[in-house]
Design a protein around this ligand. Structure first.
Ligand SMILES: Cc1cc2nc3c(=O)[nH]c(=O)nc-3n(C[C@H](O)[C@H](O)[C@H](O)COP(=O)(O)O)c2cc1C
Ligand SMILES: [Fe+2]
Ligand SMILES: [Fe+2]
Length: 405
C-alpha cells in the first residue's frame, strides 16, 4: 500500500489535497466544527502535468509526497494558482523549489501577489487572461477570470476534456469529511454556512461568475475546500438562489442579555413571529457560533437585534454582531431593535449608527427601562406584527419565498 490515498477523481485527474481534521478556526474568526480540506489536483496530460492549487503552509511534505505517488515532482510543468490566499497558495514556494522547472499560471493580479506573498521569480510566472488555454497533450485547460471570489485575483480553471470546473473557494465548504458530495449528508447546510461567511459579501460577483460558466458543460465541480461535486446541478442551483439574494419568510434574531430584561422581550418577539407563521432562527450571542449566524443570514428577510445598554452603548457582543451583519452584506430587508437600560440608555442609537448605512429598513425600535412591563410586551407584539406583515407582503408581491437550500 502507498502511504497516502490519492484518488483519481476522473481519468488522469488526481486529488492530492490535504485534510486538516484538527483545524478549529478559519481567518482567526470562524469556528470550523468539522475541520477543513485544502483540495489540490494533479492533471496529467500525455505531455504535461499540472498542479491545480496547493495547500495550507505546514503540509508541504504531504502534498509533495502525494504528487510523488503519481509523477516525479521534478517533472511538474505548471502550477495553476486560482487564488493567492495562503490556504491554497501557501506551499507554492516549496513546489517552485522542488519542481525546478514548473511555472506558475495565474491572472495578472495573481502574478503581483505571487511575487509579494511567495517570492515567485518573474521568469517562473506565466500570466493568463480570460479564455486563454494551455494544451497538456490530450487535455486542454481553459482559464476563466472570476474576480472577487474571494479576492480580486481569483479565477477558475476548466478542464475541457473531463468537463471539470476547478473553482477554488467558490462552491466550497469547510469540512474534512468525505471526498464527494454524496458522502456528506449535511453538504448543503455546510456549503451555505461557508457561502455566508466567505461569498455573501461578493454575491454580485458570484452571480456574474455563474452567468459565465452557464455555457460550459460541467460534469464535476472541484472546489478547493470540502467535497468534490459529482452532482454539480445541486450546488449550482443553491448558489443561484444565494447569489440572487432570495429570502424566505424568515427572521434571524441575535441577542444578548445580562439580567434577562432584553431576553424577556425577545421571547415575546419569538412567540409573535411564530404565531404569524414566520420562520425564526434564534441566537444568544455569548454562546452562538457566528458561522451558524452567517448561514442563517443567507436567506433571512429580517433581523431582530436585542441588546442591553452597556457603558452608554450596545453590549460588546451586539456591536460585534451588528458589525458582522453590515460587513457580510446579507439580503436582509427589515430590522428591529429591542433594548433595556438601567439609567441612561444609548444602545439602539448605536445599533442604528452601525446598521444605518445598510439597506435594512428598521421597522421598530423599543428601548425600555429595566424589565418589560405588560405594556412593553404589547409594544413588542406590535413590532413583531409589523415585521411579519412587511415580510409577508414582500412574499406575496414578488413571490420570493424560496425553496430551502
Ligand atoms: C457592565 C454594565 C454596564 C452598564 N452600562 C449601562 C449604561 O451605560 N447605561 C445604562 O443606562 N445602563 C447600563 N447598564 C444597566 C443595564 O443596561 C440594565 O440593567 C438593563 O436593564 C440590562 O438589560 P438585560 O437584563 O437585558 O441585561 C449597565 C449594566 C452593566 C452590567
Ligand atoms: Fe480564500
Ligand atoms: Fe480558501
Amino acid at each position: 500500500m502507498k502511504k497516502y490515498s490519492v484518488p483519481e477523481i476522473s481519468e488522469g485527474v488526481y486529488w492530492v489535497g490535504v485534510k486538516d481534521w484538527n483545524r478549529t478556526m478559519f481567518d482567526a474568526l470562524i469556528p470550523l466544527p468539522q475541520g477543513t480540506t485544502y483540495n489540490a489536483y494533479l492533471v496529467k496530460g500525455k505531455e504535461k502535468t499540472v498542479l491545480i492549487d496547493t495547500v495550507n503552509p505546514g503540509f508541504e511534505k504531504e502534498l509533495g509526497e502525494k504528487i510523488g505517488q503519481v509523477i516525479d515532482l521534478a517533472d511538474l510543468d505548471y502550477i495553476v494558482m486560482n487564488h493567492a490566499e495562503p490556504d491554497h497558495a501557501g506551499t507554492i514556494p516549496y513546489i517552485i523549489k522542488v519542481s525546478k522547472e514548473a511555472s506558475l499560471i495565474t491572472t495578472e493580479k495573481g502574478a503581483k501577489m505571487a511575487k509579494i506573498y511567495y517570492n515567485v521569480p518573474e521568469k517562473r510566472i506565466k500570466t493568463v487572461k480570460d479564455g486563454d488555454i494551455i494544451e497538456l497533450g490530450g487535455k486542454t485547460l481553459k482559464f476563466i477570470e472570476a474576480p472577487w471570489l474571494h479576492w480580486p485575483e481569483t479565477m477558475f480553471t476548466y478542464l475541457v476534456d473531463n468537463k471539470i470546473l476547478f473553482s477554488c473557494d467558490f462552491f466550497g465548504s469547510h469540512t474534512a469529511f468525505g471526498l464527494y458530495d454524496e458522502d456528506v449528508e449535511e453538504l448543503i447546510p455546510l456549503a451555505k454556512r461557508y457561502f455566508g461567511e466567505i461569498m455573501m459579501p461578493f454575491k454580485n460577483m458570484g452571480k456574474k461568475a455563474l452567468e459565465k460558466v452557464k455555457e460550459l458543460e460541467i460534469e464535476i465541480i472541484a472546489p478547493s475546500h470540502g467535497p468534490v461535486h459529482k452532482n454539480p446541478e445541486r450546488i449550482l442551483e443553491a448558489y443561484r438562489t444565494w447569489t440572487a439574494g432570495e429570502t424566505r419568510e424568515k427572521v434571524i434574531i441575535v441577542y444578548v442579555s445580562m439580567w434577562n430584561s432584553t431576553q424577556a422581550m425577545i421571547k415575546t418577539m419569538v412567540e409573535t413571529l411564530l404565531s404569524e407563521g414566520i420562520e425564526v432562527s434564534l441566537y444568544n450571542l455569548p454562546t452562538a457560533d457566528i458561522g451558524d449566524i452567517a448561514r442563517d443570514l443567507v436567506d433571512s428577510r429580517a433581523i431582530v437585534l436585542g441588546t442591553p445598554t452597556v457603558l452608554a452603548g450596545m453590549h460588546p457582543l451586539a456591536i460585534y454582531a451588528s458589525y458582522l451583519v453590515k460587513a457580510l452584506r446579507p439580503p436582509l430587508k427589515y430590522g428591529a431593535v429591542l433594548s433595556s437600560y438601567g439609567w441612561g440608555g444609548g444602545a439602539p442609537r448605536q445599533a442604528l449608527e452601525i446598521l444605518g448605512p445598510t439597506k435594512i429598513e428598521v421597522v421598530g425600535t423599543l428601548e425600555i427601562n429595566g424589565p418589560p412591563s405588560a405594556d412593553d410586551h404589547q409594544k413588542v407584539i406590535e413590532i413583531g406584527k409589523q415585521l411579519s406583515n412587511k415580510i409577508k407582503e414582500m412574499g406575496n408581491a414578488a413571490d420570493r419565498t424560496v425553496k430551502r437550500f
